[in-house]
Design a protein around this ligand. Structure first.
Ligand SMILES: [Zn+2]
Length: 242
C-alpha cells in the first residue's frame, strides 16, 4: 500500500510537470512554483502538506531513473512505477489459491494464515508460553498443528472426503503442497474455480468448528458442515455448483 501510494504521488508530480492545461496544475504553478521548475523549486513550510508531499517525490524520481522509465508513450504508468519502486520478487507458490478466489474474504484470510502457518493453533500458542492443552480439540488424539487440524484429524478428513464426494473431486491430498500444485493445474480449467473455493471454504469451516469446540464446547456433525460449505459455495458462485 505504501509503495502504491508513492506511485500515485508520482503521478501527481507528473501532472505538475507535463499537464499544464489542468486547472489545479495551473494553480500550483501560478501560486507556488511561479518562475521556477518543479524539480528546482524550494519547498516552503508555508505550503500545504499534500503539495509538499507531491514535490518531495522528485527525490524518488531521480532514484528510479527519471520520467522515461515510468511512462508508456505519453502516459504515466502507475503499474510500471509500482513495479520499479517495489523491485522484483519471485511469485509465491500459493498465489493460485488466494488470487482470483471467489470464496468469502474471511475464508480466504483464514486460508492465507494457514498457508503460512500463522494460525493460533495450540502448538504455536504453547511456544509463546500460553498455558493451554496442546491436544487437538476435535479428535483429542494428537497435538494440534495446522497440518494435523486440517488434514490428519479424523474430523477434518471426514469433512474433506464428504465434500470431495459431493463435488465429484478425486480424494484430496493431505499435503498442503500437493493441494497448491492441484490448484495451479486446475486454475485454468472449468472446475478449477470450484476446487479453489471448496478448499477455501472447507478450511474455514474446519477452523470454525475447532473454535466452537474450544470456546463453546459444541461441534457440528460433519454432514452439517459439508452442507454448510456447499451452501457457501452455491451462494457465491451458483453456476459452478449446478
Ligand atoms: Zn484432531
Amino acid at each position: 500500500m505504501e509503495i502504491w501510494n508513492k506511485a500515485a504521488l508520482l503521478k501527481l508530480l507528473w501532472a505538475i510537470a507535463f499537464k499544464r492545461d489542468k486547472l489545479w496544475v495551473k494553480w500550483v504553478h501560478a501560486y507556488y512554483i511561479k518562475r521556477a521548475s518543479y524539480d528546482t523549486v524550494r519547498v516552503s513550510t508555508q505550503w500545504s502538506w499534500i503539495l509538499r508531499k507531491i514535490i518531495d517525490t522528485r527525490e524518488w524520481l531521480q532514484n528510479i531513473g527519471g520520467w522515461q522509465v515510468l511512462s508508456t508513450g505519453n502516459k504515466f504508468s502507475i503499474r510500471k512505477t509500482y513495479k520499479l519502486l517495489r523491485g522484483e520478487f519471485d511469485r509465491v507458490q500459493w498465489r493460485r489459491l488466494i488470487c482470483n478466489n471467489e470464496a468469502a474474504p474471511k475464508s480466504k484470510f483464514i486460508l492465507w494464515l494457514g498457508l503460512q502457518n500463522r494460525l493460533a493453533t495450540t502448538d504455536r500458542l504453547s511456544l509463546w508460553g500460553v498455558n493451554c492443552s496442546t491436544t487437538c480439540s476435535l479428535c483429542r488424539r494428537e497435538d494440534e498443528s495446522v497440518y494435523h487440524l486440517f488434514f490428519l484429524c479424523n474430523y477434518a478428513n471426514d469433512v474433506w472426503q464428504g465434500l470431495c464426494h459431493s463435488l465429484r473431486f478425486a480424494r484430496i491430498s493431505s499435503n498442503l503442497h500437493d493441494i497448491i500444485e492441484v490448484a495451479k493445474r486446475q486454475a485454468r480449467k472449468k472446475n478449477g474455480k470450484l476446487f479453489v473455493m471448496a478448499v477455501t471454504e472447507c478450511f474455514y469451516a474446519i477452523w470454525r468448528q475447532r473454535n466452537s469446540q474450544i470456546f463453546a464446547n459444541t461441534v457440528l456433525p460433519n454432514s452439517t458442515v459439508i452442507r454448510d460449505v456447499l451452501f457457501r459455495i452455491a451462494v457465491r458462485s451458483p453456476e459452478e455448483i449446478r
